[in-house]
Design a protein around this ligand. Structure first.
Ligand code: ASP
Ligand code: MG
Length: 372
């Protein structure tokens, strides 16, 4: 590229081909090789930023460890990581030494929750170390990046929010890594609140990926996990749930705020009407759902447990024939019902049958084209 404007063209090309790909905990634990191969593939034509969660189950174990200080739990957490570190040749000793010393000095922190967040940070920090080491073994220049250095956050410990302005200033660090042709492997879920480690709420790695995607002007953010995408209801509870190919930003925002587990509730806002979000399965690199301005128009049933009852919300279907549970809220495109907790699975299936199975049964794939 020696022609006039060559450098500029190159910069523009690179800017527009940035992609953020986030791997959930099972991808790092069970489909590690497929995750690595996917990054290899993407980097052929893109500047890739990887965001990782802690290994599957590790955050729960660290949470329990922060409460009990149980030595056996500590050893179990170490064992889970050493299974992989042995394979990739990573040295994790300093992490475990630091964790040990934190566990012995909870009083050093201004509050119990600040202490807990520091303990939780090890899940993502070790995961990023393992992932980048594995990439390096493949000859790829990858560097672990502790989000503590790039994500400024505020709010409650355990449920921090990203300060976009403050964090944008720190994106230089990622920019530099990308300019060197290297792959940053960033810890999801974590931020920095006035020099203390803070977590962004359970499932918060999605949010990290979205925030970074927005700040770097990525062409897309991909969230890869062990499910194919977003379904008409939680596929673990409703067997006939259907994968939704296209979801609009508005639908995804509403669904995640009303309790849908597939996406952390603050993920959509930074991307809204600007950057497409892809959800897919790391195994076989399956792409299941695209969140953009296009909608399949499918009804979507989400739920969350409240203190005593459960709330079931139906998006894209505000009238549900023959179903009578008390309505707790209503929006332009959704209605939320209150049900007994022990009835939840039955009710989800009942509503699904009426609004999805029967509602969509007469349609064929032309339904997919409805919103286009
Ligand atoms: N590891 C954290 C959690 O389990 C964050 C995430 O997975 O997104 O909640
Ligand atoms: Mg998640």
């Amino acid at each position: 590229m020696n022609s006039k404007g060559g450098d500029l063209n190159w910069v523009i090309y690179k800017l527009s081909r940035r992609i953020v790909v986030k791997f959930g905990g099972s991808s790092v634990r069970d489909s590690f090789n497929e995750a690595l191969e996917l990054v290899q593939y993407l980097r052929e034509n893109n500047s890739v930023v990887v965001v990782v969660s802690a290994l599957k189950g590790v955050t729960d174990k660290l949470l329990a460890l922060s409460k009990t200080g149980d030595e056996r739990l500590f050893e179990e957490i170490r064992r889970i990581h050493e299974e992989i570190s042995r394979k990739v040749g990573a040295d994790l000793e300093h992490y475990f030494r630091e964790l040990e010393s934190i566990l012995q000095n909870p009083g050093k922190f201004p509050s119990k929750r600040a202490y807990t967040d520091h303990v939780l940070s090890f899940g993502e920090r070790i995961s990023a170390e393992l992932f980048s080491k594995a990439m390096q073994d493949e000859g790829v220049r990858a560097v672990p990046v502790d989000a503590f250095h790039i994500i400024e956050a505020y709010g409650e410990f355990g449920n921090g929010k990203v300060d976009m302005k403050g964090s944008t200033k720190r994106m230089q660090l990622l920019e530099k890594i990308l300019e060197r042709g290297e792959i940053p492997v960033v810890t999801g879920f974590l931020g920095n609140k006035n020099g203390l480690r803070i977590t962004l709420g359970r499932g918060g790695s999605d949010y990290t990926a979205a925030v970074i995607g927005a700040m770097l002007n990525a062409r897309a953010v991909a969230i890869m996990s062990d499910v194919n995408g977003i379904y008409t209801a939680d596929p673990r509870l409703v067997k006939s749930a259907r994968l939704i190919p296209f979801l609009s930003y508005g639908e995804a925002l509403t669904a995640s705020k009303l309790g849908m587990k597939a996406l952390h509730e603050r993920t959509i806002e930074p991307l809204m009407n600007r950057i497409p979000l892809i959800l897919g399965n790391t195994q076989r690199w399956k792409l299941g759902t695209l969140v953009s301005s296009i909608s399949s128009g499918f009804p979507l049933i989400v739920h969350r447990e409240l203190k005593e009852k459960a709330e079931v919300s139906i998006i894209n279907a505000v009238r549900i024939p023959g179903i009578e549970y008390p309505v707790v809220k209503k929006g332009a495109n959704y209605v939320s019902l209150l049900v007994e907790k022990q009835e939840l699975v039955r009710v989800l299936n009942e509503i699904h049958e009426v609004v999805v199975d029967e509602g969509l049964s007469s349609s064929n794939d032309s339904q997919l084209w409805a919103g286009i």
